[in-house]
Design a protein. Structure first.
Length: 270
């Protein structure tokens, strides 16, 4: 029996093809270095991350369990585990493959594997080292409306209004995929991806994104030391965004310097 393109099976097939396309885009963008030692570091524990700091309340839902349990510093996170922060709470996790992931208030993340995370709601910041899998694919973060591929980057992913995703970059660049289209977001820029839409054209971060970055940096200064961005970044001034237009491209064109909302207005939206 032939199924139409609107069936759940067809949609799943389309989704799988989309993930393959974004991985190919990330590989082309990031190159083909080999990752080293990541599997060796997980031998014996199976952990993909470890909780390094908690401010407020943080809980973990172990894979195949139905009850959340309090998380503590030193707690190991394994594939399939979920981690969430309460209202006004923060947590930092060290990635076995290198780098940190910081969870903000009311954030929930599922750690599917060593280099694959699912951000379900809220905002996270990731600072990852240049450790990649064979073939060139780096850390992948999936949200309800986008897929983000990175390597050696400091960036933020925020799932908010009606599961819209905002991605902003403090250093390096990320590839953001949605509905069959991938765009590159350079340093100091941000894009939005609405559910079922393509990513909006990257624009300089607005004041809301800069304030969020400034608050995170104030709380996690030790993890943010050595960033390449200008010290004025995170204020309402230009900061890193001023030099971002020289880096990366959006569908073959350099990002414009106009616009105040992260991602600006998508030319693809009708």
């Amino acid at each position: 029996m032939t199924r139409s393109n609107g069936t759940p099976r067809a949609r799943c097939r389309t989704r799988a093809v989309g993930l393959v396309l974004v991985l190919a885009s990330v590989c082309a963008l990031l190159g083909g270095e080999h990752w080293a030692g990541a599997h060796a570091q997980t031998a014996g524990t199976g952990a993909v991350a470890v909780v390094t700091r908690i401010e407020g309340t943080c809980e973990r839902l172990p894979a195949r369990c139905s009850e959340w349990v309090p998380a503590a510093v030193g707690c190991l996170v394994r594939p399939g585990d979920r981690v969430r922060c309460g209202a006004g709470s923060w947590a930092s996790l060290g990635l076995v493959g290198g780098g940190f992931v910081t969870l903000g208030p009311d954030c929930e993340v599922r750690f599917d594997s060593l280099l694959y995370l699912r951000l379900l709601i809220g905002r996270l910041w990731a600072k990852v080292k240049p450790v990649v899998m064979p073939g060139g694919a780096g850390l992948i973060i999936e949200t309800p409306s986008a897929v983000v591929g990175v390597r050696g980057t400091h960036f933020s992913v925020w799932v908010h209004d009606q599961l819209c995703t905002t991605v902003s970059v403090a250093s390096g660049a990320v590839s953001v995929f949605g509905s069959g289209v991938a765009v590159t977001v350079p340093e100091g820029y941000a894009t939005r991806v609405k559910r079922g839409r393509v990513p909006e054209k990257p624009e300089p971060m607005d004041s809301e994104e800069k304030r969020a970055w400034a608050e995170k940096r104030e709380r996690f200064k030790d993890e943010d030391e050595g960033d390449d961005e200008d010290e004025s970044f995170g204020n309402d001034g230009g900061g890193a965004g001023g030099k971002a237009g020289k880096q990366g491209q959006h569908r073959g064109n350099a990002p414009s310097s106009a616009g105040s909302h992260p991602g600006g207005k998508s030319q693809a939206e009708n």
